[in-house]
Design a protein around this ligand. Sequence first.
Ligand SMILES: NC(=O)c1ccc[n+]([C@@H]2O[C@H](COP(=O)([O-])OP(=O)(O)OC[C@H]3O[C@@H](n4cnc5c(N)ncnc54)[C@H](O)[C@@H]3O)[C@@H](O)[C@H]2O)c1
Length: 376
Amino acid sequence: MTLLDIDPSKVDCVNHGQIPFREEGAADLLKQVVGTRLDATLDDTCIATADTVITVVGTPVDKHLNPTVNELCENVDRLLERMKEDALLVLRSTVYPGVTRLVYDRMQTLRRKVRIAFCPERISEGRALEELVKLPQIVAAFEPEAMERAHQLFSIVTSTIIELSPLEAELAKLFTNCWRYLNFAISNQFYILAQSYGLDFYRIFDAVTRDYPRMRGFARPGFAAGPCLLKDTLQLAAFAGNSFFMGHAAMLINEGLPNFIVSQLRPFELAKRKVAILGMAFKADSDDKRDSLSFKLRKLLEVEAREVLCTDPYVQDSSLVPLEEALARADVIILGAPHSVYRQLSFPPDKIIIDVWKHWPDFSNAAQEKNQSAAR
Ligand SMILES: NC(=O)c1ccc[n+]([C@@H]2O[C@H](COP(=O)([O-])OP(=O)(O)OC[C@H]3O[C@@H](n4cnc5c(N)ncnc54)[C@H](O)[C@@H]3O)[C@@H](O)[C@H]2O)c1
């Protein structure tokens, strides 16, 4: 198996047996196969001999938050030109609805005879190895032969294969991410509501979830960010002709959580305070800072606080400081990503703690306490 990429640093990293990002169990597995059953390359001649090509390039929204299609289609054109007749092309990126049809039509216009399938990736970053074999795989194609070949391919890794039409599968992937994003928005909205009234959200959360199965899906509040959830909600909003009201509401709520945190801190005379953000990755135990709301929080605080110190054990960023320095110098400590390694931290009583996730159950949320006493 050959991994083709345009980024020399990633290719080099993989060929030296290293994973370019944190992924549970992947480093050990890579060491077993690199140089024998798997290698990485910048040389696209490997496409010409492949029976199957799986493409999973990024599909970000543009700077105006519109879905992008051109880059993916240009990449597909290059693949179609080079692939051998009857080879299978699997689109695995999360795509704007209708892209599989575009690619299929493009293949016919170019008079190429390649089998095309859309098989969306549904793993959660960091848990790919566990989830790839556990989760059902959705496969979609316009032609029965392409469907059958995709079905066989993914049967190697997982036992449940679900067949859909391409448009159904494209929507299935977007619905999956949007559903998650909407659920986080519900929790964040309830959190903001309770805290605004000086209440401890988690007393209510514990009460409604305890031994009450219908609330099992009630997620804990926290930053809902990263390269997928917001981007895919924007893709669905564009597909819905900008009438995806729940999606837009969710975006306002989730993207507004850093602003809410700052508003909760204003009574503490922020201009005199040094603030530390612990965790700059977009989610717990990840090294991925793409579209992390911790960076939005930093920007907002830089306008109002005396100093902002940011730290993360996994994220590579020259502007970050060591954890010890952040803890020693800051008066306000905000949890930005609930990394497991932060769980055991303890803080002197004079520090102001903001912990949306309740990752530190022994330390009460300072802003909420202040609001409570003001409300009394
Ligand atoms: N990251 C995840 O856990 C995850 C989960 C589910 C779905 N997805 C979807 O998968 C897609 C990729 O996401 P990602 O986070 O891995 O993106 P990414 O940007 O981190 O990775 C894409 C890789 O493709 C390479 N690349 C770009 N253009 C190329 C080209 N023309 N030829 C060869 N390689 C090229 C890049 O150098 C990069 O290494 C997106 O559509 C995303 O929504 C990602």
